[in-house]
Ligand binder design. Structure first.
Ligand SMILES: [Fe+2]
Ligand SMILES: [Fe+2]
Length: 133
């Protein structure tokens, strides 16, 4: 079962960033699949670890890119990245503590992903999409 699907409106017009966003969607879907099909807890935790690493690397890329372009809302976007990382850690902890159902996890991952897209990444797209790297 696929949880998240790539949509064209997610595109920020920067191939490297789009590529990573697609990879993040893929990581979230694989993690969710593993959980839904009742995979061993250790393997779901492994997917969480991969996701966390992928997200950290992705945020670092966006931040480097924004710095290079002198992006005006770098600090706000960066703060949002910190918050998003905290949130993923919380979701991961609740999983380890067995404090949530699969549908609750699905809802949290979905809103986690779309919220960032519809706010900060969308704005980044409007500002910088015209200057492909
Ligand atoms: Fe971002
Ligand atoms: Fe992003």
């Amino acid at each position: 079962m696929t949880l998240l699907q790539w949509k064209d409106r997610y595109s920020v017009g920067i191939a490297a960033v789009d590529h990573e966003h697609k990879e993040l969607i893929d990581l979230i879907n694989r993690l969710y699949d593993e959980w839904v099909k009742g995979g061993p807890r250790g393997s779901v935790e492994g997917f969480f670890g991969d996701l966390y690493k992928g997200i950290s690397a992705h945020f670092a890329l966006e931040e480097r890119f924004m710095r290079e372009c002198g992006y005006d809302q770098l600090t706000a976007h960066k703060n949002d990245h910190e918050r998003l990382l905290d949130e993923i850690r919380d979701i991961m902890d609740d999983f380890v503590d067995e404090e949530q159902t699969a549908s609750a996890l699905a809802g949290r991952l979905e809103s986690w992903f779309s919220r960032h897209f519809e706010t900060h990444d969308a704005r980044l797209h409007h500002k910088l999409g015209a200057h492909p790297h």
